[in-house]
Design a protein around this ligand. Structure first.
Ligand SMILES: NC(=O)c1ccc[n+]([C@@H]2O[C@H](COP(=O)([O-])OP(=O)(O)OC[C@H]3O[C@@H](n4cnc5c(N)ncnc54)[C@H](O)[C@@H]3O)[C@@H](O)[C@H]2O)c1
Length: 329
């Protein structure tokens, strides 16, 4: 049956792929709410002629009245809440902006969804976890510790989300994907390490590593991440739960940089350099996720391995750079 789905942050990197997954794999009508603080209209350009992309509304989740009015009008079956200020350093520099957007905004959305009878899926992150042991992957029972206002805001959002499940019986869930990469991720700022390294290599610039480079990341290809969100929000099996999505293997930032340089079809002379970390106090040295719960509950597992994912991302970035398209660069 055709239903309405609201995707906040749908003009962003992951949001764009979630919009695509819903349009491709469900009959539902998709509504996007995004303030374009980091999102791009161009991320949704491919769907311009798709009538089931019903509305792309420019507005902030901080605007409580607008959020309430929008949700009351659309009456979405599900709200996938991805909108957030995502740059860790920005959250350290300006926690007010982060908390107003990611905590207050999440609360306004939850209230609007409660009033409209809308199921609510909160996009959290692996950045909420405390340090892990050198061996083994992190499952959902691993202790949490917010090392930045970004992670603190996410944990607040998680707690609000789960509290609505217990207090009101509202179908809510928390999703914690590990570091996600792929086409449409910006190669600016600090977040998209894969896009940043690939772009610098294609341009023949040096790859800069914050700190020792021994920090590891479990890199999830964005279409696998979007598939996880789609399955989780439509399965009916996740309410009241918190679920990881990860590949189960991690790579050091040193090795990632080396792989990007060594796997390049054209050697551009890029070198790898280590520089002083901008926020060593908020760095997480090992991130490797265990998503056996998602596999069990949803039958989800990642399909794109790192080689394939790097190749797809490289191809997209090479095209942008050749076309001198600087929107994402
Ligand atoms: N990229 C990753 O590795 C990763 C991993 C795990 C979780 N996440 C989470 O996934 C979500 C999407 O991340 P992304 O990497 O696509 O980032 P992104 O910045 O591309 O997407 C976030 C979107 O939210 C919008 N937004 C921000 N504040 C808003 C507000 N107040 N009102 C309305 N819209 C607002 C931005 O314009 C942007 O389009 C975020 O919640 C992020 O914390 C990301």
């Amino acid at each position: 049956m055709k239903k309405n789905v609201l995707i906040t942050g749908g003009a962003g990197f992951i949001g764009r792929w979630v919009v695509k997954a819903f349009l491709d794999d469900t009959p539902h009508r998709v509504y996007v709410l995004d303030d374009f603080s980091n999102g791009l209209r161009e991320n949704l350009a491919e769907f311009a002629n798709e009538p089931r992309l019903a509305e792309v509304k420019k507005g902030s989740i901080r605007q409580r009245k607008m959020v309430g009015g929008l949700v009351a009008k659309i009456k979405p079956d599900i709200c996938l809440h991805l909108a957030a200020q995502i740059v860790v350093q920005d959250s350290i520099d300006d926690p007010v902006r982060t908390f107003e957007s990611d905590v207050d905004g999440t609360f306004y959305l939850l209230e609007a969804c409660r009033a409209a009878g809308t199921k609510f899926v909160f996009m959290s992150t692996c950045m909420v976890y405390d340090l892990s042991k050198p061996e083994g992957a992190i499952d959902e029972t691993h202790p949490v510790l917010p090392r930045s206002p970004y992670a603190g805001a996410k944990l607040a959002g998680e707690n609000m989300t789960i509290s609505y499940y217990h207090a009101y019986g509202m179908p809510t869930a928390v999703l914690r994907p590990f570091n996600t990469y792929g086409p449409h991720q910006k190669a600016t700022g600090e977040g998209g390490v894969v896009s940043i390294f690939l772009t610098r290599q294609i341009r023949g610039e040096d790859l800069l590593i914050y700190g020792t480079g021994h920090q590891t990341r479990d890199l999830l290809y964005v279409e696998d991440c979007a598939d996880f969100l789609l399955r989780a929000s439509t399965s009916g099996k996740v309410w009241g739960r918190t679920l990881n999505a990860a590949t189960g293997s991690d790579i050091t930032i040193n090795k990632l940089a080396r792989t990007v340089v060594d796997s390049a079809p054209d050697k551009t002379g890029s070198k790898i350099r280590r520089i002083k970390h901008i926020h060593p106090q908020s760095e997480i040295m090992k991130l490797c996720g265990d998503s056996s719960a998602a596999q069990k509950v949803l039958g989800w597992r990642p399909r794109v391995d790192i080689e394939d994912g790097l190749g797809r991302t490289r191809k997209w970035l090479e095209k942008l750079i050749a076309e001198k398209n600087s929107k994402w660069l």
